[in-house]
Design a protein around this ligand. Structure first.
Ligand SMILES: Cc1ncc(COP(=O)(O)O)c(C=O)c1O
Length: 376
């Protein structure tokens, strides 16, 4: 029964052009990576690598237990203090991934009695978090503050979370954080802002940059796996929220603490990103020039989204540029709620100038060919 079902599923995916596969890479392959999220190139910074190696030697390979058992290391609390201080938040709690941070936060706050208002383009981790919470869900059109306000007004007096990403992971645009926070404050709701693609790209993140750090109606989640070049996640907010998560968030309670090497790498990377905000300047210059060249709107951060005429053309274009030594991301339904397949191109300060220049030429030609194919 199961093999037949799996074969049927695979055939359906193949017929729709939606087959996915893993492509292992070596540590030093010759491909220019414009698909990853190591925006500041910190994953390979010497201080970050040394911090990870030293932590593994001092602490061992893993934390050894869940945080509430014996898996809380002084290294964890040092990173929690560093992140809270950098982002201007009263407290922070680490998780083993950004995915876990989102699932923990939403599922520990929202229950059947709560209302969650979610942007249509929210990351899968938040979508899954809402499913787990069993809260009433209202999905609003992307970046539509009026729709958020209407949803808030439709359910007065209910404990409500509004979910947004500071910079959207696939579209690359920015959330209207200030009006969203104002709407939440007026209705006693909390705005959850996922800073996965804002942190490091905009210093201490967009919540901080927009003057919303420590706002009583704003809670932040972050990942250590993008600009900080490591692995792990965090929730930042008031101490009573952290205390609640420690006691109630199942993906926190029943999960081994973040590995020492990942913790130390993120700590070293956070200190570098904090001390050298100019590292992000390269990202903004590069992505603005590429957006102009490919004739797409200039994004808010490091992610450039290039719509493709179909999933098949998107996949073919991705393969074409890879054959020319450039790796880009490719998003197709169901990862894109509006059904528009896209190339996702990221700028990283870790890519050498020559490689970036060559890659932009390759992309320019390939995107033109893809658009031409779409017109045929
Ligand atoms: C917006 C957003 N949130 C959360 C995550 C999950 O973070 P992590 O990879 O650390 O689990 C991602 C990763 O792709 C993301 O893009």
């Amino acid at each position: 029964m199961w093999p037949d079902w799996l074969a049927e599923q695979a055939a359906t995916r193949a017929a729709a052009g939606l087959t996915r596969a893993l492509h292992p890479r070596g540590p030093d392959d010759a491909i220019t990576d414009l698909a990853g999220n190591d925006y500041l190139g910190l994953s390979r910074h010497p201080d970050v690598r040394h911090a990870a190696a030293e932590a593994a030697l001092v602490w061992g390979g893993g934390a050894g237990a869940s945080r509430l058992v014996t898996g809380t290391l002084t290294l964890h609390t040092e990173l929690e203090r560093e992140l809270a201080d950098w982002l201007g938040q009263p407290a922070a709690l680490l998780f083993s991934t950004g995915y876990h941070a989102n699932v923990s936060l939403v599922s520990a706050l929202a229950d059947r009695d709560a209302h969650v208002i979610s942007d249509a383009h929210i990351h899968a981790s938040l979508v899954d978090a809402v499913r787990l919470s069993r809260a009433q869900l209202t999905v609003v059109p992307h970046n539509d503050v009026a729709a958020v306000r209407a949803a808030l007004a439709s359910n007065p007096g209910r404990r409500t979370l509004v979910l947004a990403e500071s910079i959207y992971s696939v579209l690359g645009d920015e959330a209207p954080l200030v009006p969203l926070a104002r709407a939440c404050a007026e209705h006693g709701a909390w705005l959850v802002v996922d800073e996965a693609h804002g942190l490091g790209v905009h210093g201490a993140g967009l919540v901080h940059a927009r003057g919303l750090a420590s706002h009583p109606n704003v809670v932040v989640t972050a990942t250590l796996s993008k600009s900080l070049g490591s692995q792990g996640g965090a929730v930042l907010g008031p101490p009573d929220l952290v205390d609640h998560l420690v006691n109630r968030a199942r993906p926190f309670i029943f999960d081994t603490g973040l590995a020492p090497a990942a913790t130390a790498a993120a700590l070293a990377a956070a200190r570098i990103a904090r001390a050298r905000p100019e590292l992000a300047a390269t990202i903004h210059t590069r992505i603005a020039a590429l957006a102009e060249r490919l004739e797409v709107p200039r994004p808010a951060g490091a992610v450039l989204s290039v719509p493709m005429p179909s999933p098949a053309v998107a996949v073919a274009t991705q393969a074409e540029v890879l054959a020319e030594g450039v790796r880009v991301g490719c998003f197709r339904p169901p990862s894109v709620p509006d059904g528009i397949s896209r190339l996702r191109i990221t700028a990283s300060g870790g890519v050498a100038d020559d490689d970036w220049e060559r890659a932009t030429k390759v992309l320019d030609a390939a995107v033109r060919r893809a658009r031409e194919a779409g017109r045929r």
